[in-house]
Write a protein that binds this ligand. Structure first.
Ligand SMILES: Cc1ncc(COP(=O)(O)O)c(C=O)c1O
Length: 491
């Protein structure tokens, strides 16, 4: 019998029959948040299109063992990659007839890899700059910080306004220095779903001949469709002069299974420094457009099948369902006294905060989870309050009417429960912590106090309250320690 808590031994003494193995996987999956059903507002993008999962799974299986390492050996993969890049490029203002006819790109494993490669290409285009820097709004995705960290590039963060949740283009321009190799902005930002002033930022970057990357990983696939449906969407793609690269994730709003993003460059010369080639060893000559060398064809084939099956008309229909769901959820939030939308929704995010000290958002998130709605808490940051984030997908549309009453009931329950009070011993312990003085003993004490020593607790409000009280450097250390506690081998 499989030990469900630990996942069972992955290498049993004797092989297990296929059907039983699948039962075990299904058994483990039963403990996950529901990926379908329109009640999960993060991590998963579900169009609720019958048969699409099966189609994508079949295409994935057909190409799972194909290796993207060598496009000459597997022309099927090259053809599908080129088709995906072409589709993304055309949707975002490139290709024949577009304002950027020479757009080229690569398929990567996800948004983070696309951003790391955009930063790498910008960095390696300037080998003469010894200490390269990038300029990013504070609302830019954390993957820019990861790219800066991995690539040893300095990060210049420009704060966003607490009212507009966007950076001031003049401040972005002022942050550009002689060592700046890239200026970044989001269309839209993940946290709040707002589109940055791309035109002004790109113009400032172009004025000093610096690259400008638009991170459209999250919403780049929906914004063009929302615009076609009549939503006012500012110019954010290759139609904007000065935009040199754009990333868009197919495993988000193109509804492909995980593992596919596209990084586009305005022309081949901009892409060239993204590649890594190596011939100075006795093995096969290597040329990689992406970080991974061996790459499974599975995700690419699955994305190709998804795009071809849904088609332009399918995406327009899904965007329309999503737009209506966003409007319905926002109306439900507005109807609750004590909640405030962080921004009027302009893409596919609904994000709200609490204006009532007696209404603790982290308790509310737990109350919603108890009612089957999985939302994403966002900690307070600089002058932005803590908030609740909802990534809205087409699958939410049929559920919207159920959300309002459940939100109202969850708010009533959260008010009745009152704000989280950290237990006295935890408060005392937390008061002594800094990122530099955290020891394994202190972490173990904290984890026990938070109930994290036995796995992930059902209610997270206390954990979130503790993290929220800590400055970012301590949050980071605590997160690493806590997740390290979870990631232990099962023998
Ligand atoms: C705007 C934005 N950029 C980048 C990423 C990173 O994408 P991934 O999680 O696929 O690496 C995300 C993920 O949510 C995102 O929303």
């Amino acid at each position: 019998m499989i030990d469900e808590a630990n996942g069972g031994s992955a290498l049993p003494e004797r092989g297990v029959p296929a059907e039983r193995v699948l039962d075990e996987v299904r058994g483990l999956r039963a403990g996950d948040r529901p990926t379908h059903g329109g009640r999960l507002f993060a991590y998963v993008y579900d169009p609720a299109v019958p048969g699409l999962d099966e189609l994508a799974a079949a295409a994935h299986a057909a190409s799972a063992h194909v290796n993207g390492l060598d496009p000459t050996a597997f022309p099927s993969l090259l053809a599908m990659e080129n088709a995906l890049v072409g589709a993304a490029g055309r949707l975002l203002g490139g290709g024949p007839g577009g304002t950027a006819p020479d757009v080229v790109g690569s398929v990567t494993s996800g948004g983070t890899e696309s951003l790391i490669l955009a930063v790498k290409a910008a960095r390696d285009a300037h080998p003469e700059i010894a200490a390269p820097r990038i300029v990013v709004p504070s609302s830019g995705h954390a993957a820019f910080a990861k790219a800066a960290h991995y690539l040893r590039v300095a990060l210049d963060v420009v704060p966003v306004s607490a009212e507009t949740l966007r950076p001031d283009p003049a401040e972005m321009a002022a942050a550009i220095r002689p060592e700046t190799v890239l200026v970044a902005c989001s269309a839209p930002s993940y946290a709040h779903g707002v589109v940055d002033p791309v035109g002004e930022i790109a113009a400032a970057a172009a004025g000093v001949e610096v690259r400008c990357h638009v991170d459209a990983c999250f919403g780049g696939w929906t914004l063009p469709y929302l615009r076609r449906l009549g939503t006012p969407v500012p110019a954010f793609d290759f139609a904007v002069p000065g935009v040199t690269s754009i990333s868009v994730d197919l495993h988000k709003y193109a509804y492909a299974p995980k593992g596919v993003s596209v990084l586009l460059h305005r022309d081949p010369a901009l892409r060239a420094p993204q590649y890594f080639a190596y011939a100075d060893w006795p093995g096969y000559t290597m040329v990689n457009p992406t970080i991974a060398s061996t790459r499974s064809g599975g995700p690419i084939a699955a994305a190709y099948a998804t795009l071809r099956h849904l088609g332009d008309d399918g995406y327009l229909r899904l965007a329309s369902l999503t737009r209506d769901a966003v409007a319905g959820l926002a109306t439900a939030v507005r109807a609750v006294d004590g909640l405030r939308l962080m921004a009027e929704p302009e893409s596919t995010v609904v994000c709200f905060t609490s204006t009532d000290p007696d209404l603790d958002l982290f308790v509310l998130v737990d109350e919603l989870a108890g009612r089957g709605w999985h939302t994403q808490p966002q900690l307070s940051y600089a002058d932005l309050p803590a908030s609740v984030h909802l990534t809205v997908t087409a699958s939410v549309a049929p559920r919207v009417a159920e959300f309002g009453p459940d939100l109202a009931a969850a708010v009533t329950a959260a008010r009745a429960a009152g704000p989280v009070e950290l237990p006295a011993e935890l408060r005392a312990l937390a008061g002594t912590l800094t990122a530099d003085t955290l020891t394994p003993d202190l972490v173990a004490g904290l984890a026990a106090g938070l109930g994290l020593d036995g796995g992930v607790p059902g209610r997270m409000a206390v954990v979130n309250t503790l993290l929220d009280a800590a400055p970012p450097a301590l949050r980071e250390r605590l997160l690493v320690e806590f997740v390290g506690l979870l990631q232990r081998p099962s023998w």
